[in-house]
Design a protein around this ligand. Structure first.
Ligand code: NAD
Length: 297
């Protein structure tokens, strides 16, 4: 079997178009969605992510306010900047690009963001609401993965899903979302025994571990749907190449559908950030939010 390649770029474009249309409507009603983006230091990968986010925000009619701060910026400075942004009515979303330098208290910084403006969905209040199944802002990457899975399967009820990775920003919220979608969910991590056996059982595999090509196609179940969140830079013939956590070449001969890297989850993450920012602005303006699955139609 040769797998269907899930086109994350096309799905992200559809979502961005929906966001742009609704942002234009909102602007006509007097509210231009605003996103503050804070980048500390000069990590090249973070700079690329931030500039993609701000470019796409602008293209979707979302105003962005950029804060590029020196690598030695203190926790206190960040906390006072965020407090000031919390108070501004023209800022509906606040994004702090992670990772922050090691001397900064990331938990304190994220906890300072007003949960209503927490467009990354990392605040403890939003994470807790997700765990309780209440309406909340869902972290962008797992939300993008869910949209792709729903495009492939429609209803996920009863499916056996394996999430590999238990980070707060991908693995844990992904597992919560799959559970909310009535999957039977297993979470694997670095201490899990016999990962190949768990993979063989799973109809859905979401890999988010940050290890290049660590999941072999031979482990996967025939016809499974694989969402590869990993973004790993490797050297091939002296050139840098991006690969996922799944060994794409062996997996695509076996599974039913798979996301490529690049061109899978990455574009959806940014489109979901735009959606979360738009919905924060809509809530602030007190009108109807766009539901993620409705937005991706
Ligand atoms: P993380 O380092 O915070 O977490 C990695 C998780 O993987 C941990 O829970 C760990 O227990 C688990 N793990 C590590 N090695 C393992 C192994 N051999 N077997 C099973 N589990 C193992 O990483 P993260 O922030 O969750 O990101 C994971 C990957 O996803 C990275 O490659 C990152 O670059 C990528 N990522 C992509 C996007 C996107 O938009 N596509 C967004 C966020 C993260």
């Amino acid at each position: 079997m040769t797998a269907t390649i899930i086109d994350g770029r096309a799905a992200a474009e559809r979502l961005r178009n929906r966001v742009a249309a609704r942002a234009a409507e909102l602007a006509r009603m007097g509210t231009v969605p605003g996103l503050a983006v804070i980048l500390v230091g000069d990590d090249p990968a973070s700079q690329v992510y931030v500039s993609n986010k701000t470019k796409q925000a602008a293209a979707a009619g979302i105003r962005h306010f950029d804060y590029r701060l020196a690598g030695d910026t203190t926790t206190e400075t960040l906390v006072s900047l965020i407090r000031a942004l919390n108070a501004r009515p023209d800022v509906h979303g606040i994004l702090v690009q992670l990772p922050l330098p090691p001397h900064v208290d990331t938990n304190e910084v994220l906890a300072t963001i007003d949960p209503a403006k927490d467009v990354d969905g990392f605040h403890a209040l939003n994470a807790g609401r997700l765990a309780l199944g209440l309406e909340t802002t869902v972290p962008c990457t797992p939300l993008g993965c869910l949209i792709l899975l729903r495009q492939v399967h429609g209803n996920l009820a009863g499916m056996r899903a394996l999430v590999i990775g238990r980070s707060n920003i991908v693995g844990k919220p992904m597992a919560q979302l799959l559970l909310q979608n009535d999957c039977t969910v297993t979470i694997a991590h670095s201490r899990t025994r016999d990962l190949p056996a768990l993979c063989r059982e799973a109809e859905i595999v979401v890999a988010a571990i940050g290890r290049p090509r660590a999941i072999s196609g031979a482990w996967l179940r025939d016809g499974a749907t694989v969402i590869d969140v990993g973004i790993n830079r490797i050297e091939v013939d002296g050139k840098t190449k991006l690969v996922g956590d799944v060994d794409f070449d062996s997996a695509k001969e076996r599974v039913g559908a798979i996301t490529p890297v690049p061109g899978g989850v990455g574009p959806m993450t940014i489109a979901c950030l735009l959606l979360n920012t738009l919905n924060a602005a809509i809530r602030a303006a007190n009108t109807r939010v766009i539901e993620p699955l409705e937005a991706s139609e």
